[in-house]
Design a protein around this ligand. Structure first.
Ligand code: ADP
Ligand code: MG
Length: 522
């Protein structure tokens, strides 16, 4: 019977205003410290990831120190040291500050882990659309990193609520401290501490519930309620205002395969003595290449010969070591120095955006957390500042042009490889590209899906888009290419019309490579 009364008494203490006030204080300290700690932690995580040694070392040292010493000592130190340097804070603020500075170190590592868990190809794709580092972080990296970050941060939040009892050392009158005060007067250990325990459990459960819903919200596989995006498209009756004419042209060309722009004699992409090394390894050894407006150039060559590197240099996803590349007469991301040399522009993202070079990757690199349509409107809206409605209308048009109107609201993981690659092409076309770069667009696809992707590229080629296509599809090259360029060990070995290079290769290395590719295809 004693236990029943004890339990009743404990329940009574649950509603004791004195304890409740302590619980509220614990929540306030924990919430403020967690929010501040997460923001500081994000900054520290980015510093840790910085390529500037001094910056990453500073963050590392801070994290090393704060993780390595007890928070109770840090709080006592702040409480005693701050007044010495003339900063007078009350004990509540000191506690919040102390927990926050400590939390920042732990959050930093959790957030850094989350950022590292996102495939680097995602940021490469974002960069190719002219998205700057902060935009990429906010729109692409963090939303995907959240899944990895949330469980760790929820742990931190729960530890923090319980850990606020440490603040009693600097006389913050929180829950545990208050419970002890009551026990000190009435010696009812069980009832009072049981009530305090239940109060902690209620508070930490709230964190667990919040974690559940946040994880759901950031899980791309959770079916989101979306604004309906399809009606305007499927009936085709009251379609929104027409997108810019230039883009419409490409869309219609992709649909019909009509020739829009004949190959001209204007040089459009000019590579002059392009050299690039990674460390000691020379990857490109002086590439000279002129691609005319409207020309389709197919690049072939063994793995490691520098084809992808060359494409990445054209839209300045990587800096050149030596030589020059111009697209439509302009350097992408370089400016002339006074002495006549080139130096990289300060705002590389803007330079890439201005160049309007569409890039399609071997592994599609669609943004995994965005639907097909959202993938397409991302750059037009967030890089080029186009109104959402207009970008949507254009995106739906592009999707229907590549035969995927019905998949506008699907996330990449629900699409086949061939469909993903067609979305990726539509995404690249959405920025009204003046040049398209394809890096082995079909080599990650199952054989039966290759055709659907090549069909889109073929129509684009026929329409007169200037293109550099890395591919080993010999039949496709024969049919589509104006010129085939064969590379090996960072050099152009042989180039010419497809019937020359593919059917009568002069160079022994070209012959060997073609024999290998053709046997594989049979
Ligand atoms: P390809 O596309 O023709 O197969 P790549 O241009 O991808 O060739 O690569 C050429 C060489 O450069 C390869 O040996 C590769 O290992 C190396 N390489 C490519 N990117 C990097 C990088 N970021 N750091 C170091 N080496 C790299
Ligand atoms: Mg490659």
């Amino acid at each position: 019977m004693i236990t029943v009364t004890a339990i009743q008494a404990a329940i009574g203490y649950l509603f004791d205003p004195f304890l409740a006030k302590g619980a509220l204080l614990a929540i306030e300290i924990a919430a403020l410290a967690m929010v501040g700690g997460a923001i500081l932690g994000l900054i520290l995580a980015l510093m840790r990831l910085s390529s500037v040694r001094a910056v990453s070392s500073a963050a590392w040292s801070y994290i090393w120190f704060m993780r390595g010493t007890p928070v109770i000592l840090q709080i006592i130190f702040l409480y005693d040291a701050l007044p010495v340097v003339g900063i007078e804070l009350d004990s509540f603020t000191t506690a919040v500050l102390g927990f926050m500075l400590n939390e920042a170190a732990f959050s930093a590592e959790i957030i850094r882990g989350g950022i590292l868990s996102v495939d680097r190809k995602q940021s490469l794709a974002a960069a190719s659309f002219g998205m700057g580092p902060l935009l990429t972080l906010r729109r692409i990296i963090l939303p995907q990193a959240m899944r990895a970050i949330l469980p760790g941060m929820a742990n931190q939040g729960i530890s923090m609520i319980k850990g606020t009892s440490i603040a009693s050392v600097i006389f913050v009158n929180e829950l545990t401290f208050r419970a002890q005060q009551i026990v000190g007067q009435n010696f009812k250990f069980f009832t009072v501490f049981a009530a305090a325990g239940v109060l902690y459990l209620v508070m930490t459960s709230a964190v667990a519930v919040a974690q559940y819903y946040l994880e759901r919200a950031f899980n791309p596989e959770t079916e989101r309620k979306r604004r309906p995006t399809l009606p305007a498209l499927t009936d085709g009756v009251d379609r929104p205002a027409a997108p810019p004419a230039r883009n419409l042209l490409w869309i219609d060309a992709v649909r019909t395969g009509d020739t829009l722009v004949p190959v001209s004699e204007d040089p459009f992409v000019v590579c002059y003595n392009v050299q690039k090394a990674y460390g000691q390894k020379e990857i490109l050894r002086g590439i000279d290449l002129v691609i005319k407006r409207g020309e389709v150039v197919v690049l072939m060559g063994p793995s490691g010969s520098g084809k992808s590197t060359l494409l990445r240099l054209v839209n300045h996803l990587e800096p050149l070591d030596w030589g020059q590349i111009t697209v439509d007469g302009k350097y992408v991301g370089y400016e002339k120095q006074l002495g006549g040399g080139l130096r990289p522009t300060r705002n590389l993202a803007k330079a890439r955006a201005d160049a309007r070079i569409g890039m399609v990757f071997q592994h599609f690199n669609l943004f995994d957390h965005l639907t097909a349509l959202e993938n397409i409107v991302e750059a037009p809206v967030h890089v080029y500042g186009e109104p959402m409605a207009k970008a949507h209308a254009l995106g739906l048009d592009l999707l229907s042009a590549v035969g995927l109107a019905a998949h506008a609201d699907h996330l990449p993981h629900r699409l086949s490889g061939g469909q993903q690659q067609r979305v990726a092409i539509a995404r690249a076309l959405a920025i009204s590209p003046r040049l398209m770069l394809f890096d082995e667009p079909t080599s990650a696809l199952d054989p039966e899906l290759v055709g659907e992707v090549l069909a889109v590229i073929r129509r684009l080629a026929k329409a007169g888009m200037t293109m550099m296509v890395v591919t080993h599809e010999v039949r496709f090259a024969r049919e589509v290419a104006d010129r085939v360029i064969f590379m090996d060990e960072g050099q152009v070995i042989e180039e010419g019309p497809p019937n020359e290079v593919l059917d009568h290769p002069k160079h022994e290395r070209t012959q060997r490579f073609l024999r290998m590719v053709e046997t594989r295809a049979e």
